[in-house]
Design a protein around this ligand. Structure first.
Ligand code: AMP
Ligand code: MG
Length: 516
């Protein structure tokens, strides 16, 4: 017997063209379904009061998208809201409960230890978005933590999220960064800050695990129904909705991880509590972009065994999805063996599904529009030419576009980049031969390649420069410059040419920290 979904209690409000509030108010048109419909899934809570709220950065474009009044929020009042000192009208602040596998070990209770969901708003496209404060003080889920965030990691999450968004990768985003005027104590004393984060939702694989671990399968079902309504509405009325939910979450993860791999993004801490059910990239901690291509690249200082290295990300996504599948088994089928069999099929499909997204994106990066069987070989051949030769991932693909405009095109930069790569010449010939079977005009091809191979990514040394200027010297100019150029990653922007380059001399052993 197939388990049918329980009727959902709330109705989604879709206001397709919400008008920006021009009354000069800092009003948020909250409509808080999580608070209303999922009682027992959170603790209602209040942010800690901070000494001296000041706004460091407001994401005006995102504010407009959310139907907010950016001018009104760019103010003392806004600073109070974005540090948690003032609760905007209609907010229902709460800390969400979740569990999670951290580096493979199950922790039955994590939860928002330093974050508060203020509520949900419907954006200009009719999409429901969470507004969350991160770093707003202790909650019932804080365990040993102080509930705070430091300015550096807050700005880092701001930059990374905006860069990913501009790269066309689903992600949570920063609405604001605000200083608290209070110190936080890590290895040393750092300025405290709060990030206001916008997400499709903050529901994680770990949210399902929280209830499944407690054998509260009614709650797993409530959560699954909520998720279907909110993120996978096309599955309503499906004959096997929970199996379909698993398959659809897997599909979005396959698409997402493929995009990460295309740009060399390494999340760094792909614990199940850091995997969003919506398919957005979430929880920018020790993440960083790979410079030279090495599948074993790890930046996170806590990832001692390389569990979350570049090349492992698809496998870890599948592992995390298997953990999600386990939570859904009693919903998928009342016969446990049958449930396991169907869920296993979905999980076993993941590598092929991922591969399809990966090769589709790689074709685009290599300028191939008419799929051929052997394209995987061409793609892998390029990676093989890079590997072991200290070749910058981003530059390699960007320079390839110059060389894609036919026989008369400029292959100088790509040849120079691969000067010491013995496999390159042969590969380059094979690629040129492969391109000759394409019917796309040469200039169109080069153009199309530049639209998928960014010139600008958040280079590690540039991110560090921007953060230290902000934190150590209260100089936000480097942060602003970096942010500005990262918002147009596919445009050449000659004035910022130096920002396209990897760190001169490289930076062996670059390390990132969770920085919480
Ligand atoms: P993260 O490593 O940021 O994904 O966080 C893992 C868990 O630790 C989550 O439950 C967080 O809410 C919690 N956490 C991280 N940093 C802090 C902190 N400074 N205070 C309290 N809880 C924290
Ligand atoms: Mg997390």
């Amino acid at each position: 017997m197939v388990v049918l979904p329980r009727k959902i209690k709330y109705t989604m409000i879709h206001i397709m063209t919400q008008v920006t509030d021009n009354t000069g108010s800092t009003r948020f048109a909250f409509d808080n379904t999580y608070a209303r419909d999922l009682e027992g899934f959170y603790s209602a809570w209040k942010a800690a009061q901070v000494a001296q709220p000041s706004l460091v950065k407001l994401n005006r474009q995102l504010a407009e998208e959310l139907g907010l009044n950016a001018d009104a929020l760019d103010s003392v009042e806004g600073a109070k809201i974005f540090t948690g000192n003032e609760v905007p009208e209609g907010a229902s602040p709460l800390a969400q409960a979740y569990a999670g596998h951290q580096f493979g070990n199950f922790v039955p209770q994590l939860g928002d230890g330093r974050a508060l969901l203020l509520g949900e708003v419907i954006d200009r496209y009719g999409k429901r978005r969470d507004i969350q404060l991160k770093g707003s003080g202790r909650t019932p889920f804080s365990r040993g933590g102080d509930g705070k965030a430091a300015l550096g990691p807050v700005l880092r999450e701001y930059l990374m999220g905006e860069a990913m968004h501009a790269l066309g990768i689903p992600t949570t985003r920063a609405l604001a960064a605000a200083k608290t005027g209070e110190p936080v104590y890590r290895e040393g004393t750092l300025p405290g800050a709060v990030l206001t984060r916008v997400a499709a939702s903050h529901i994680r694989v770990g949210t399902f695990q929280f209830f499944a671990a407690r054998q509260e399968f009614d709650n797993v079902r409530r959560l699954a129904d909520y998720v279907i309504e909110r993120h996978y509405a096309e599955l309503k009325g499906h004959a096997t909705p929970y199996l379909a939910l698993l398959a659809n979450v897997a599909e979005r993860q396959a698409a997402l991880i493929a995009k990460w791999m295309h740009v060399g993004f390494i999340h760094g801490v792909m614990n199940t509590d850091n995997m969003a059910i919506s398919g957005e990239t979430i929880d920018y901690g020790p993440c960083a972009f790979m410079d030279h291509y090495d599948p074993a690249t790890v930046f996170s200082s806590i990832d001692h065994h390389g569990r979350y290295c570049y090349a492992n990300q698809p496998k870890i996504a599948q592992w995390n999805l298997a953990r999600l599948a386990e939570t859904l088994l009693p919903l998928i089928d009342t016969d446990n063996d049958r449930a396991i069999a169907s869920a296993t099929d979905v999980i076993n499909d993941f590598p092929d599904q991922y591969e399809r997204y990966w090769i589709a994106g790689m074709r685009a990066k290599l300028g191939l529009t008419q799929p051929e069987e052997d394209d995987v070989e061409i793609a892998l051949g390029f990676l093989k030419a890079m590997q072991g030769n200290h070749i910058d991932w981003t530059l390699a693909f960007r320079y390839l576009a110059d060389a894609a405009a036919g026989p008369s095109s400029d292959a100088g930069r790509i040849r120079a980049l691969f000067a010491n790569a013995p496999d390159f010449d042969l590969w380059f010939q094979q690629w040129q031969t492969r391109l000759s079977r394409e019917s796309v005009s040469l200039s169109d091809r080069a153009q199309a390649m530049r639209r998928v191979n960014p010139a600008f990514i958040p280079r590690n040394h540039r991110v560090e420069e921007a953060l230290s200027a902000a934190v150590e010297r209260t100089d936000y100019a480097p942060f602003e410059t970096l942010l500005r150029l990262l918002l147009r990653p596919f445009d050449d922007q000659p004035e910022f040419a130096a920002f396209a380059e990897p760190e001169p001399g490289g930076h062996a052993g670059y390390r990132t920290f969770c920085g919480t």
